[in-house]
Design a protein around this ligand. Sequence first.
Ligand code: ATP
Length: 149
Amino acid sequence: ERINLSKFTDKVVSEIQLALRQKINFDIQTDLFVSMDKMALYKIIIIFLENAGKYSPSNSEITINITLENHQVDFQVADEGIGVPEEEKDNIFERFYRIDKSRSSEIPGTGLGLAIAKEYAQLNDAKVFVSNNSPKGSTFHLLMESIEN
Ligand code: ATP
């Protein structure tokens, strides 16, 4: 269905902020519409934000950005955490995959979150991928087709 992405993100952020140690920065007020299943979009955003919270220190910040290019909306969750090594960037979207045990052993998880996010994205003709954040950490992207208001 048709979703106002900025408004929807605002709601998700205010809901999850209490559960995270890091401050989430988000202040985009431009109305941008996408066609997604609401539950799928909600899940993907939550998975990105929970991971950002899990894999970055408590005194750091999480930043959400939304950009529009050629009718493509790029929804980004950037953190200042441990980052994802180049050679693991595809693997982490596989089921039960977690980057080396020593690295994530103190952080609980099943390795399913990102595989679910990928599945939900594909069902909605959207894409997920990760890039580096600068100077440190990672940026998780959700690419969706924009729809005209
Ligand atoms: P769960 O799905 O139960 O939260 P998980 O976090 O291990 O478990 P995924 O969300 O699928 O599973 O993530 C897979 C792996 O990708 C993680 O184990 C972690 O190594 C890496 N990863 C995910 N998000 C980040 C991030 N924001 N920064 C650094 N590494 C990350």
